[in-house]
Design a protein around this ligand. Structure first.
Ligand code: CU
Length: 414
C-alpha cells in the first residue's frame, strides 16, 4: 500500500507468510503438486504448447498491477508473477495504474533483501515486533520510492536508476542517478530500477545474451515484498511458454485474485448504510488486492448531519479538487517525478495536531468539522481510521480519492 517503507515491510511480513498460491510456470504445477489445466490459447489444441527452441528472441508482456470489470481494485502484483525466458528475450513490463505507484526493480541489493525476507520463520512473520536487524539493513540498502515522513519522493528511486556490478547505489535522495537509461540486463547489476511507472508506461527489460541461466527477482520500491516478479532464464534449447500462453497465465492469475476478492466487495455493498461510507476494502483471503471504491458510492444526509468515511488503505475524501491536485506524482522540469503536496495535505479545515504516540495502535479519527460546500475540501491522506464531515448546504456533491482516480462518490444533502 501507499505507506512508508518501514510500514510496508511490516505489512508485507504479515501478509505474505501463507502465500502458497504461486503457480510454477516452468513445471506447470501448482504449489500443491497438482497439474494445472493447460492455459487457453488461440492455438489449436493439437499444437505444441511451447515455442520451438529456434523461434529467436521473443517479447513477453508482464502487467504491473491490474484492472478487472467487477470492481475497482489495486493489485499489488505482477501478472504473471513468474516468467521463464531465454537470453536475448525482452520482457515488457506494462503499468496498469490503479493509483498506487509501482516500480520494477532488480539488482543484487534486491536479491539480498528478498533472501533475508525468506529466512523469516512463520513465527517471525506473525510477530509484530521489529524485523531482525539483518533484514532491516538489507531493505535499507534499497532506495525507497517515497520518504517515511514528509518530503519529496526519493529521486534516486522514483526515477530510473541503473547501477553496475560492484558500484554502490547512490544514496542522495535529492538528485537523480547518473545513469537513467538501461543497458541489457545481465543479472549482475547492483540496482536496475524502472522508477515510477505511470498509467500505460512500459519498462523494457532486455535480457542480455550473456546472462547466466538462473532466477532473478524484482520488487516494487514502494510495496517491497508484497510485490515480487520472478524471471527465470533458461538456456536457449530449453522450452518456454509462448507470449500468448504467458498472457493467458497473466489473465488467469488476475481473474483468480478478482474471484477471491469479489465476496468481500459484495458483502460490503450488501451491508452498506448511507451515512457510513466504506472508503476502500481489504480481504484476508487475498492480501494482494485493495478494493478502491466508496461503498455506497452515493450517500444522503440532511444539512449539518455528520457523514462518516471508514478508511481502509491510503485514501483521501476530496471535494472540488483543482486539476493540479488530481495526481500524486508529477513530472517536473528536471524530468524527475515529484510528490504533489496539494493532493496529500488536508484542505478546507484545520487538521488535528499529531497526537503523542502516533504510529502505535489504530490511526486516530479525523474530524473535518462542517463545510458549506464551496471551495476545495479534502481530508488529506489517511491510512485508516474514520473521517467525519457535516455539509451544511443542500445539494449533490461529487467527491473522489486523490490517490485512486477511479474511486468516486457523491453526497446528497437534503
Ligand atoms: Cu508498488
Amino acid at each position: 500500500m501507499f505507506v512508508s517503507s518501514a510500514l510496508v515491510l511490516l505489512v508485507a511480513a504479515c501478509g505474505s507468510g501463507d502465500d502458497n498460491s504461486a503457480v510454477t510456470v516452468a513445471g506447470q504445477t501448482t504449489s500443491d503438486g497438482s497439474t494445472t489445466e493447460s492455459s487457453p490459447t488461440t492455438e489449436p489444441t493439437t499444437a505444441p504448447t511451447t515455442a520451438p527452441p529456434t523461434a529467436g528472441p521473443m517479447e513477453y508482456t508482464v502487467l504491473v498491477d491490474g484492472r478487472v470489470d467487477e470492481f475497482n481494485g489495486a493489485f499489488f502484483a505482477y501478472f504473471p508473477d513468474t516468467i521463464t525466458v531465454h537470453p536475448g528475450d525482452t520482457i515488457i513490463y506494462k503499468s496498469v495504474f490503479s493509483g498506487e505507484p509501482h516500480s520494477v526493480t532488480f539488482g543484487s541489493v534486491v536479491e539480498t533483501a528478498i533472501a533475508e525476507f525468506e529466512k523469516l520463520t512463520p513465527e517471525q512473520l506473525q510477530s509484530e515486533g521489529p524485523p531482525p536487524p539483518e533484514l532491516e539493513a538489507a531493505f535499507a540498502a534499497i532506495p525507497a520510492m517515497l520518504p517515511e515522513g514528509p518530503g519529496d519522493a526519493n529521486q534516486n528511486s522514483v526515477n530510473p536508476c541503473f547501477v553496475g556490478e560492484g558500484e554502490p547505489v547512490p544514496t542522495d535522495v535529492t538528485s537523480q542517478c547518473p545513469v537513467t537509461e538501461p543497458s541489457p540486463f545481465t543479472g549482475t547489476e547492483t540496482f536496475y530500477n524502472s522508477g515510477f511507472l505511470p498509467d500505460g508506461e512500459i519498462f523494457r527489460l532486455e535480457i542480455a545474451e550473456d546472462i547466466a541461466p538462473g532466477t532473478y527477482r524484482a520488487l516494487c520500491t514502494l510495496h517491497f515484498t508484497e510485490m515480487i516478479s520472478e524471471v527465470t532464464v533458461v538456456p536457449a534449447d530449453e522450452p518456454v511458454l509462448t507470449p500468448d500462453e504467458v498472457a493467458a497465465l497473466a489473465q488467469e492469475q488476475l481473474d483468480e485474485f478478482a474471484d477471491q476478492m469479489l465476496p468481500a466487495v459484495e458483502g460490503a455493498k450488501a451491508a452498506a448504510t448511507p451515512g457510513n461510507v466504506l472508503a476502500g476494502l481489504g480481504s484476508e483471503d487475498v492480501p494482494q488486492v485493495l478494493g478502491v471504491d466508496f461503498i455506497p458510492a452515493d450517500s444522503t444526509a440532511t444539512a449539518g448531519e455528520t457523514v462518516t468515511w471508514s478508511i481502509i488503505g491510503p485514501h483521501t475524501v476530496s471535494f472540488n479538487p483543482p486539476e493540479s491536485a488530481r495526481t500524486v506524482l508529477v513530472k517536473g522540469e528536471d524530468d524527475g517525478y515529484h510528490l504533489v503536496e496539494e493532493a496529500l495535505a488536508p484542505a478546507g479545515f484545520e487538521p488535528p495536531p499529531p497526537s503523542e504516540g502516533e504510529g502505535e495502535g489504530p490511526p486516530p479519527p479525523v474530524d473535518g468539522g462542517t463545510w458549506d460546500g464551496t471551495g476545495f475540501f479534502s481530508s488529506g491522506l489517511m491510512f485508516g481510521g474514520d473521517f467525519t464531515l457535516a455539509i451544511t448546504t443542500p445539494g449533490t456533491y461529487d467527491y473522489i480519492c486523490l490517490i485512486h482516480p477511479e474511486m468516486q462518490g457523491t453526497v446528497t444533502i437534503e
